[in-house]
Design a binder for this molecule. Structure first.
Ligand code: CTP
Length: 400
């Protein structure tokens, strides 16, 4: 069955020349079996008439936040609850900026702010506006908040300029949008992954760290992307490339990792904590390099505890599906089970790091997946293959 069949789709139309193509999008959505309601901004009405979109969608088109008639029928909160997904095509630079800053001064931005499901944008604007650093910042913010951004494409623009900024063709938008609903994988899921070590500075030239290479976390990010998920990868310092398509956030310390995770956790469906987070950090950071002295034959560094990121996530309301790693050198399964319980996880991945050929800083891994009622062993193979199996296991658990 078509993945868009029987879905309630709210199509937002904002004021750009590409708005005439939104008529084609409405038709394509209807053809795919979706129910469509259109919300226009005032300036969109200068480009295409509400009547056209009403005739094609078969529903009244709304545009006014303060229209008593609309609010009495289906107001902005009802519309946000009704929709399974929101697609805004075209999205102007102005609407991008509004959504990025969480403003709600018209019907479409209010619905978008109140909406809790997947939201997709097809930007359309002049190439200079698209290139502007403020637009870039807005796009980053929107990606941080799990918006799906389609395009823009490049080519000749209505104003005669040539460059990036054209709205994608309706067919391409529909292809991307329908993937949001494909079943059996992780389409439409937002996955947040931590990876790599953290570095805890002692002075400007020294730090405490561990042997994590980040490979396992990066392979998990890649496998998640291949399953169609939106991936945010919060990574400590590593020497490997992030997979294309992941939203990479680089951090150094456990504290920065904590801040970044807490910032991105909203709307996250699955949190995989594969980072080897330093449990302790030096109590005092010396802003000048610590010099050796002839008087002292030894020095000691006081250490203080870092926050447990995974545990903190397990304590938030509306917590995502939680996956932790137990990197152990002895009593692997029992230690892992304890962490599963103590950190209130859905799944723990028990990883033996005592040997040289698996675990930390090696190409291969061998793990046991443990949840509250079962254990699943993945025998030694490349981290890429192990990651694919872990992601498949998680997606099956989520749909069952
Ligand atoms: N973890 C975390 N924040 C920390 C420490 C650990 O999010 N400050 C996460 C790791 O990413 C991993 C899980 O918690 O998914 C288990 O980490 P581990 O360090 O093995 O467990 P601890 O509870 O710190 O126990 P110990 O170091 O004593 O084995």
């Amino acid at each position: 069955m078509n993945s868009l069949a029987n879905k309630n789709i709210l199509l937002g139309v904002t004021g750009g020349i590409a708005a005439y193509k939104s008529a084609e999008i409405v038709r394509a959505l209807k053809k795919a079996g979706s129910s469509v309601r259109v919300v226009m901004t005032k300036s969109a009405e200068e480009f295409i008439t509400p009547l056209t979109l009403q005739a094609l969608s078969g529903n009244k088109v709304s545009s006014d936040l303060l229209d008593p008639e609309t609010e009495a029928g289906m107001g902005h909160i009802e519309l946000a609850k009704w929709a399974d997904a929101i697609l805004i095509a075209p999205t102007t630079a102005n609407t991008l900026a509004k959504l990025a800053s969480g403003r709600a001064d018209d019907l479409l931005s209010s619905i978008s702010l109140a909406f809790e499901g997947p939201l997709a944008l097809a930007p359309a604007m002049n190439q200079a506006m698209w290139k502007d650093s403020r637009t870039k910042e807005n796009i980053e913010k929107l990606k941080d908040n799990n918006f799906n951004i389609y395009g823009p494409g490049s080519g000749e623009q209505a104003c005669g300029d040539i460059g990036l900024g054209r709205m994608l063709e309706p067919e391409e938008i529909m292809l991307n949008f329908s993937l949001l609903f494909e079943e059996g994988h992780l389409n439409n899921k937002n996955i947040l992954i931590t990876a790599g070590p953290t570095q805890e500075p002692i002075d400007p030239v020294r730090y405490i760290t561990n042997r994590s290479s980040g490979k396992m976390g990066y392979c998990l990010a890649e496998a998640s992307l291949e399953s169609g998920a939106n991936v945010t990868l919060v990574s400590g310092p590593v020497n490997i490339e992030a997979p294309e398509g992941a939203h990479l956030v680089k951090v150094q310390t456990a504290e920065e990792m904590y801040e970044s995770v807490m910032h991105h956790i909203k709307n996250t469906d699955i949190f995989i904590s594969s980072a080897a987070v330093a449990d302790y950090k030096p109590e005092n950071f010396s802003k000048d390099k610590i010099k050796k002295s002839d008087k002292n034959s030894e020095i000691s560094i006081g250490m203080t505890k870092n926050k447990d990121i995974l545990k903190s996530v397990s304590e938030i309301s509306n917590k995502p599906y939680l996956v932790g790693f137990a990197a152990e050198t002895n009593d692997l399964i029992n230690n892992a089970k304890l962490k599963l319980k103590n950190k209130k996880l859905d799944l723990i991945i028990a990883n033996d790091v005592s040997g040289k050929d698996i675990g930390f800083d090696s190409e291969e891994n061998e793990v046991t997946l443990i949840n509250s009622d079962s254990e699943f062993f993945i025998e030694k193979e490349s981290k890429k293959k192990v990651a694919s199996k872990i992601i498949k296991y998680i997606s099956e658990k989520l749909v069952s």
